[in-house]
Design a protein. Structure first.
Length: 139
């Protein structure tokens, strides 16, 4: 699963498949984001996955007027979608057993579908835009 979350409204956009995420999946996500007709240029925050850096993705983002902002390595806490994935893992994986892949997949999809309803209060603090600043840190 590949996803993007609006940092202000918490609207979630996902691309799901049952194989691997690749450049084609990222382009599909870009297309879905462009269809939302939000402000442009839109900025999409990404980690350092190789398939996100490729020329195909960068060209498609430019065509759609989507700016790609790559975070520094080893900084998943700066990416709101990574916080959401951690929340989903906690809700759907910790101490849980599923009979088969279909039930596992359904649990994840249900959790994500409830992000703006059932889980909204929990996610508001988790997806905060307040980040710790180390400029005044003394050791």
């Amino acid at each position: 699963m590949l996803g993007a979350i609006n940092a202000i409204t918490y609207q979630l956009v996902t691309v799901t498949n049952e194989t691997y995420i690749n450049a084609e999946s990222v382009c599909e996500l870009l297309e879905k984001l462009a269809q939302l007709n939000l402000i442009t240029p839109m900025t999409l925050v990404l980690d350092n996955a190789r398939y996100q850096y490729c020329k195909v993705v960068q060209e498609r983002a430019a065509q759609l007027n989507i700016e790609l902002l790559f975070l520094p390595p080893y900084a998943p806490n700066l990416n709101l979608i990574e916080r959401l994935w951690r929340f989903v893992r906690k809700q759907c994986l910790y101490a849980k057993h599923y009979e088969d892949f279909a039930h596992f997949k359904q649990a994840i999809e249900t959790c994500l579908a409830e992000t703006d309803k059932k889980h909204k209060s929990e996610l508001i603090s988790l997806l905060s835009l307040k980040f710790q600043d180390f400029r005044k840190l003394t050791l």
